[in-house]
Design a protein around this ligand. Structure first.
Ligand code: TYM
Length: 342
């Protein structure tokens, strides 16, 4: 039986990258699940705390995100949907895993390094990394705890999370070897990715589409109107080469649009590009626009409905947390036994 675990931060409305790289895959795994599989999908509020948050906005954003998970097609009858911060087991496990993780390993994570680089750009002065909060550094260990608390076998995430999953596997392996018993406690979780596991910024196709880019034209939000979607795709950076070919290295902007179109219509990208042999960027952008509007139509309708029903969202999250705690509680009993804290 598979145990599938993944999470998303409650910071802002998800964008097309989150949707095509992760959320749509969560739904697909749910659809293809066997009856003995377990799927857990969480909104990770504690991870959100690594950056400054407005408490009022965060308090509503975490419910918006839970509603979004339901709106894209996750079903609380088949998946366990919950708020990370409703299950304290993640924190206890995170502490124990911190004590098995070399800090040097954390200093080498690209997410940490890019945080330092971006604060350097923002301040145009050398940042003193000792002033960055410790949560940013240990963030990947909490993520490992989210995964290992359920002894996950499969983790559906986008490309930017690859390094975090590698760390998770290494920590699991270290735990298994340090606290040996008849059998290993933690399976080494596998990454489950999609062909569109890296959607690029519409304005700068050398970087990924991201929530933190200051340019809102660079990303399409799940809540964008058709007019907004149209204008963002019309303004997407491509190139001046005639015709359409799929060449991610030399034509990243164009390849990104083809990837989006292929993923939105459930096609293979090499199939998709065949339809554009005699066409131009304008034709491609028009079709991408239509496909994305169509892709978001039903989730948007459903989201509008769910946001009016806080009582239902609360019920889903309480029930989800109860089931999650039941599973992690079992893991934690084994963990405490193995480490000697029992
Ligand atoms: P987060 O909230 O940044 O992103 C959620 C998911 O969206 C994927 N993603 C993308 N995929 C393709 N193209 C893009 N441009 C793009 N941008 C984002 C991310 O890879 C991710 O799958 N640390 C995680 C949350 C987390 C988690 C976990 C994930 C916490 N605990 C346990 C899995 C298991 C994060 O910040 O995701």
């Amino acid at each position: 039986a598979r145990v599938v675990v993944s999470g998303i931060q409650p910071t802002g409305v998800p964008h097309l990258g989150n949707y095509l790289g992760a959320l749509s895959n969560w739904v697909k795994l749910q659809q293809n699940a066997h009856s003995d599989d377990t799927l857990l999908y969480m909104v990770v509020g504690w991870h959100g705390m690594t950056l400054p948050q407005n408490p009022k906005l965060l308090a509503s954003a975490r419910w918006d995100m839970l509603a979004t998970l339901l709106a894209v097609g996750l079903d609380p009858k088949r998946s366990i949907i919950f708020h990370q911060e409703d299950n304290q087991d993640h924190l206890e496990l995170s502490w124990l895993l911190n004590c098995l993780t070399p800090v040097g390993r954390l200093f080498r994570m690209t997410t940490w390094k890019s945080r330092i680089a971006s604060s350097r750009n923002a301040d145009e002065a050398d940042v003193d990394e000792t002033l960055l909060n410790a949560g940013l550094l240990t963030y990947p260990v909490l993520q490992a705890a989210d995964i290992l608390a359920y002894r996950a076998t499969h983790v559906p995430v986008g490309e930017d999370q690859t390094q975090h999953l590698e760390l998770t596997r290494d920590i699991a392996d270290t735990f298994n070897r340090t606290f040996k018993s008849k059998n290993a406690l933690f399976p080494l979780p596998n990454l489950v990715s999609t062909p569109s596991h890296r959607i690029l910024s519409l304005k700068d196709p050398s970087s990924k589409m991201s929530k933190s880019s200051p340019d809102i034209q660079s990303r399409i939000l799940l809540t964008d109107t058709p007019a907004q979607i149209k204008s963002k795709i019309r303004g997407a950076v491509t190139d001046s080469i005639q015709g359409i070919t799929f060449d991610p290295v030399n034509r990243p902007g164009c390849a990104n649009l083809l990837n989006i179109l292929a993923a939105s219509t459930g096609q293979d990208v090499h199939q998709t590009v065949k339809g554009y042999e005699n066409k131009g960027h304008g034709d491609l952008k028009k079709d991408v626009t239509e496909a994305v509007i169509e892709l978001f139509r039903d989730p948007q309708k459903e989201l509008g409905r769910l946001l009016q029903d806080r009582a239902y969202l609360q019920q889903v999250s309480v029930e989800g947390a109860r089931k999650a705690k039941e599973l992690s509680g079992e893991t934690m009993t084994h963990v405490r036994e193995r480490v000697g804290l029992c």
